[in-house]
Design a protein around this ligand. Structure first.
Ligand code: ATP
Length: 272
């Protein structure tokens, strides 16, 4: 039975979410909430259903059962208050439009010109791309392109920002910079962030919570509070003994998820 009296501060509520592809149960029973302004990371073994979960939350896939609510309203299609940043930034930016135009695109029908210009300036500055507004995406590095995708998502003033493996295809140094950018943007704009990653260290570094998914059929195996100091930086935070403890814990949870799925006699092997 779903909670009849959910917390008034839950920006996102997922309750008993189930998703099947034909006979294959990808998500069995997923429940969690994210409060307004929280930064929640989701990790799990490959094929656990992270993308499926995000697509259900983003209104791109219809759940087979359960509830997904944004700000108290059921999600039945892509919600206006939500923006999504995917891994393939190359495919999400329009190569024939300048950076400025790309960022402005979702605002064209909703925001007057002067306000739009100001907004685009603000977000480009926030992601360190003030000087690149007149360039085209193909003139930028991968990391810069992903900054444009983040700027565009933020310009839209979403209440929830969904990020699906956004930094999987950039180099390690750029990745560290982009992680810091996410925390900066999150604090500056007060947006609720749901961040899916394969990278355990990244999830612990970024998140206020880390949700660990089990293998298919998937449930929430653990919802872990990351009790690291709020002010984080790549060198000092990652050198904290507590950081090591938390990453070890999440690593063990993911190993457990894999072992449990191998032991299940009826386990279906996920499609390649
Ligand atoms: N359209 C589909 N039809 C059938 N099965 C699917 C479909 N999409 C995903 N699946 C299956 O559902 C399961 C979860 O897939 P999903 O892509 O959500 O996992 P994931 O955790 O995001 O994976 P990865 O970490 O490898 O990106 C997998 O076993 C996958 O093969």
């Amino acid at each position: 039975m779903p909670d009849q009296n959910p917390s008034p501060t839950a920006m996102l509520r997922v309750e008993g979410l189930q998703k099947s592809y034909g006979d294959f149960v990808a998500l069995q029973n997923i429940s969690f909430t994210a409060k307004q302004g929280e930064l929640v990371c989701i990790v799990g073994p490959s094929g656990a259903g992270k993308t499926t979960l995000l697509k259900c939350i983003a209104g791109l896939l219809a759940p087979s059962g359960g509830i997904v609510e944004l700000d108290g309203e059921a999600i039945t299609g892509p919600p206006k208050k939500m923006a999504v940043v995917f891994q393939e930034y190359g495919r999400s930016l329009m190569p024939w439009m300048t950076v400025r135009r790309n960022v402005e695109l979702p605002l064209l029908r909703t925001t007057p010109k002067a306000e739009r210009r100001h907004l685009v300036d603000t977000v480009l500055e926030s992601v360190g791309l003030s000087a690149a507004g007149d360039k085209y995406p193909w003139q930028l590095s991968g990391g810069m392109q992903q900054r444009v995708a983040i700027a565009r998502a933020v310009a839209y003033s979403p209440e929830v920002l969904i990020m699906d493996e956004p930094f999987a295809s950039v180099d390690a140094q750029t990745r560290a910079d982009l992680e810091d950018l996410v925390r900066y943007i999150w604090k500056k704009f007060g947006v609720t962030v749901l961040f899916v990653t394969h990278d355990i260290d990244e999830s612990v570094y970024l998140g206020q919570r880390v949700i660990v998914l089990s293998m298919t059929p998937t449930i929430v195996q653990e919802d872990l509070t990351i009790d690291l100091p709020e002010d984080r930086d790549q060198l000092n935070t990652r050198a904290l003994p507590r950081f090591t403890e938390l990453r070890t814990h999440v690593y063990e949870q993911i190993q457990r998820a894999k072992r449990d799925s191998e032991r299940r006699p009826d386990a279906e092997s996920p499609a390649a």
